[in-house]
Write a protein that binds this ligand. Structure first.
Ligand code: M7G
Length: 328
């Protein structure tokens, strides 16, 4: 087993999204207006590259743990024009020092230009907390046998809730955010902005979610799914071109292995955006996937697929118990 330390946010993990908690009276999302009730317990991760922090804590008068993710957003080019508040006296500069022709300043701009993308998960399980904590990770070369004997049983037992996915497919949540829908039950899908996207074109990130509910991941894909995969690729590209003006050649279109959520979905990102989860050990380009299946219909049932597992994941323990780490 090869090991590496990475923020576990970028690797396969569970998320145990509780069934429809967003509709229950305990849900923070029904009432929250600010973070004054948030009581910080731990800084799980402070990612200076992504300018984001992952915090765990609780909310006064609400049961259960919470995770709050704060992320400074990218500049939106549409805000960079001579009429914008960047270039008026509504914002002010504080000089730090000047040396010859060089000056260093802090710039305090109007608060609307300083949006912090905020994701709140509540109630969060222990597994959510693991997901966003820095921890030791390992790469496992998953043979079909390891998948069938160890990973698949683990997934069946430990798979986290797909309620948020079904809410999208059934138009119960995010319906106003749907960018495109092909209602065909076999080859259709819904495209929505990904939770991680704060809306600037430079960081474009959309998700195509298959209407079919019986495809867990890359491992399940066969030639039977080629029409679905091609449909997602063709229509997804067309929609993004029409709505956001980006060509298909400017997009990174990929699946994760392992994914966090075992319902077939495809990530569409702007090529120049280094989104989390685009590294070699996790991202599989859709074109490659299609081509592999065209070459060999049961390619993904036969191939060894490396994936990253966190040391505190039950799956890692199961692999250790079967001696997988010693064999690798
Ligand atoms: P994944 O490959 O299963 O795992 O992708 P990852 O989360 O580790 O990348 C699932 C994708 O769904 C991710 O890009 C998430 O940001 C996104 N996502 C997760 N949730 C809970 C939601 C949600 O509620 N709404 C939307 N629109 N996207 C979500």
């Amino acid at each position: 087993m090869a090991t590496l330390d990475v923020p576990s946010e970028s690797i396969a993990s569970d998320s145990n999204y509780s069934e429809n908690t967003s509709n229950s009276s305990n849900s923070i999302h029904n009432t929250i207006k600010d973070l004054s009730d948030f009581k910080l317990k731990n800084i799980l991760q402070n990612n200076s590259n992504r300018k984001s922090v992952y915090l765990s804590g609780t909310f006064d008068s609400k049961e259960g743990d919470a995770i709050v993710i704060l992320e400074k957003t990218a500049f939106a080019e549409e805000n960079l024009n001579n009429d914008s508040d960047y270039f008026t006296d509504k914002s002010h500069l504080e000089k730090i020092f000047q040396n010859d022709i060089y000056g260093d300043y802090k710039y305090f701009t109007r608060s609307k230009l300083n949006t912090i993308k905020t994701t709140i998960i509540h109630p969060a399980t222990e597994k959510h907390i693991f997901k966003y904590s820095i921890q030791k990770c390992h790469i496992v070369d998953e043979t079909p046998q390891i998948y069938n004997d160890i990973v698949l049983p683990y997934l069946t037992d430990e798979q986290f809730s797909l309620q948020w996915v079904y809410n999208i497919l059934e138009h119960k949540s995010e319906s106003e955010r749907i960018v495109f829908e092909d209602v065909d039950p076999v080859n259709g899908f819904i495209m929505v902005p990904d939770l991680k996207w704060s809306g600037e074109i430079d960081t474009l990130y959309l998700l195509a979610i298959s209407n079919r509910r019986n495809i867990k991941s890359l491992r399940d894909l066969t030639q039977e799914h080629l029409p679905l995969l091609k449909n997602i690729r063709e229509k997804g590209i067309e929609v993004i071109k029409n709505k956001y003006g980006l060509e298909g050649t400017q997009l990174r279109i990929y699946l994760h292995y392992q994914p966090s959520f075992y319902h077939l979905h495809v990530h569409f990102c702007y090529l120049k955006h280094e989104a989390p989860g685009i590294l070699a050990e996790r991202a599989h380009l859709l074109s490659n996937v299609i081509s592999n299946i065209e070459l060999l219909p049961d390619y993904y049932q036969k191939v060894t697929l490396p994936f990253v597992v966190r040391e505190n994941d039950k799956l890692f323990l199961a692999l250790e118990q079967k001696g997988i780490s010693k064999k690798l």
